[in-house]
Each structure stands twice: as C-alpha cells, then as structure tokens.
Write a protein that binds this ligand. Sequence first.
Ligand code: URA
Length: 466
Amino acid sequence: MHAMDLLLKKRDGGELSTAEIEFFVRAVVRNGEAKLGHPAGDVDGAGETITDAQMGAFLMAVFQRGLSLRELGDLTRAMRFSGETFDGVAEGFGAMKPLMVDKHSTGGVGDKSSLLIAPIVAAAGMVGEPRIAVPMISGRSLGHTGGTLDKLETIPGFDSQLSMQRMGEVLRECHAVLVGQTPRLVPADRILYGMRDHTGTVESPFLICASIMSKKLAESLDGLVLDVKVGSGAFMPTYEQSRFLAELMVSTGEGAGTKTVALLTSMDEPMGRFSGNWVEVWECVEILKGVRHPMSADLVELALMLSGWMLHVGGKAGSPEEGAAMADEMLRSGAAYAAWLRIVAAQGGDVRVFEDPAGFQRPKATRVLRAARAGYLAGMDCKEVGWAVQRLGAGRARPGDPVSAHAGIESHAKVGDWIEAGGAIFTLFSEDEALLAEPYRMLEATVRLEDAPPERQSLVREVVRG
Ligand code: URA
C-alpha cells in the first residue's frame, strides 16, 4: 500500500478498507516516532511511510468527504490500539475486576462536574455488586474552555502524570484515578491532533469523534457517558452539529462493545458559581462537604444526572433516576467527600488545603461588574465569558504556558434572575491588576439585561442512546 493511493481514494469520495485505515494509522505513528528519534521508519520493510504533507492532505480529504460509520469505527479502533491501553490496569484487579465506567464532556465554561462525579461514582462503586471504577483521563484548557487537569494541579503536590503501574494502584485503592494522557497512550491521536491544529481540520465531527473515542476506549471501558454541550458556550456551533457528533460517538462506542449514552446539555452560561482553576476546586470541595450554594445548583444537578447515568450503564442502578438518587446519597452521607480525600491523597495532593478552601490561593486583584440598569439577566455569549476567564490568566496563550491558580470569575446571577441597578453580576479575579481591564470590558459587552424574563432552557436537552 502507498499513502498516496489512500489519500487519492478518499479525496475522490471512495470508501477505505479496514486494512487501508490500519495502514494509515501505523504510518502516522511511525512518522511521529521517527521525529521523536525513536527507531521507526520502514523498520520491517512494510513500506508503511507517510509524509507530513500526505497526512495533512488525508485529514483534509476526510474533512471534506466524511467517513462511513464502518470507516469511523476502523479509524477509532486503529487509533485506540496505536499505543498502550488500560487493559493491563483492568487486569490488575484479578477476579475482583470492577466494571470500568467514565464520562467525557466536550468542554464548557465553569464545567467542573468531573471533580464531583469521580468521587461520587467511586464511593458508590466501592460497595456491593457490581463494583465500579472510574479511570478518568482528562485534558487541559482548550480554546475558551477550562481543563480538569489545570484545576486539579492547583492542589499542592497533586500529580496527574502517573505511570501506568501507579494508575492501576490508585484505581484499585480508590476506585477512581484522575490523570492526563501519557505519551504512550493513543500516540496516533497526539500526532493527528497536532496536525489538525494547523491544517484547518479540527472541526470535522468524524475526526473529533475518532480523537475523543480512541482515548476513551483505550481506558478499556464497559460504560461511557458523554456530556455533549449545546448553546453559545459549546464547541459545536449549532444544536444539530452537536447532536450529529453525539450520534457518531454513541454509535462508535456501542460498535466497540462499550455501553454508550450521550446527554445534550445546555452551555449558555457558566456552570455553577465559579469559573477558573482553584476557584472551581473550592466550589466542588464545598459541595462535597455538604454546602449547597444557590449558584451551584445547576452544577449539582448536572453532576447527579451524569453520575446517575454512569451508575446505570455500569449496572449498579436500574434506571438513571435511581442512579441519581444513589449519587445524591453519596454526597449527603459524606461518602463522596471521603472518596475525594482518598483520591487526592493517593495522587500526592495536600488535602489540608480543603480545610479552608476560601482562604487558600486568595486572588491579588478583584473587580466587580455591576448592572448599569435593573432588569432580568436575559443572556450572554457564553464563549465570550470563557475567553474572559482565560484572559484573566486561567488559560494559556500558547501550549505549555503556565496557568494561574487564582484567576477566574464568580457569577452572582443566573439567566432569568432579576438584578437591581448596581447589583453585582460577576466578580473578576486575577493575579495581576493589569489583566482585569480587557475581560471586564468583554463581560460588560456580552451581558444582556432586559425588562421581560427570558425563556428558561432545561439543563438536559436530549438523550442520545445506542
Ligand atoms: N477533544 C479531543 O480530545 N479531541 C478533539 O478533536 C476535540 C476535543
């Protein structure tokens, strides 16, 4: 086979065979490893080589022509097995192997539900049968959205880059582990993602699906719950595109033998009370300790709903509603907080900071955005709010830049709330007074106050099942 023949076939609208797709992914990994100085190239004389230009052209051909569900399944599987998987981690449990269940979010503003869901499901998954464990591989902030790893790494000592062996130990001890992608896990995605980023092919739903699902399926999952965001803060620009992506991911997951469900959820305003890094950990610690701040109500609702679905696909609950009730009990009883402390300590984090989360990582500079007139909070461009949070210092201008633990915003009102003239809408936090001005202007420009209340959207808009 030759890379050139494959890309011409896809360019002209043909359907690639399983063997051709496997050839492409093997060639991508060889090319990438050769660049890292690893033994690669045509090592076994198979002729499986590809140039960067051919990879870029192939990605653009897929972007333009799409993939059949069979091709998408093949691409996802070839990427999933392009490096290490969690199979060994799962086997380490021996006869006591629990069901592996995870959730994935397509990314939002203030969406910290993973920090609640992992301990909730771990706590429920430790007792009785079937046992459930959550091997959660998370990402860093991307575009206008926050990243779970950046939030967790504001906890002193917390290590998100564990070896495969240590991941297995933490998972066995705590029934959850919260880590980043390792260099050996799905290397094909690491290479292709970087290539997509500078060939204008990031937004292809087929390539997004293969990228997300190859990483999730490499966790050797029995069940997967996808939180696909819709609304002004979502990555996908329209509801239909979000639903299409959800359908592709559910179909790919089910095709790989993993019970998969997707919830389309609203992302039209920041989720919960805080958006940023440490401030989001603080909010979750309060919830895990049993404090229910009214601004966190949407976050708690989402976390319980997603946990409920995870417990349901993991066979622990007869229905998602029963699962949500079980999840609520884990929060109320303190079992989820105990699980959180165990997970953080096992990953090297200093849990003493949770004794007074408001007192730790105090922001140096703050500014309050107040209502210029009285009115109902009618809406905002949530993506713009996400960018404001990133520019306060919570995100990166370039890959590898450090993020600020202190930066972020506190929301004082939700869409539909009445605000008096002069009432607080957002408090902005930053390490640097000079970083407050631009995000303040962005927030001021995007917030809409009106005389009539807006129509309220439900949090879960639709459920996509296999
Ligand atoms: N997240 C991923 O992991 N991959 C994508 O392509 C988009 C979001």
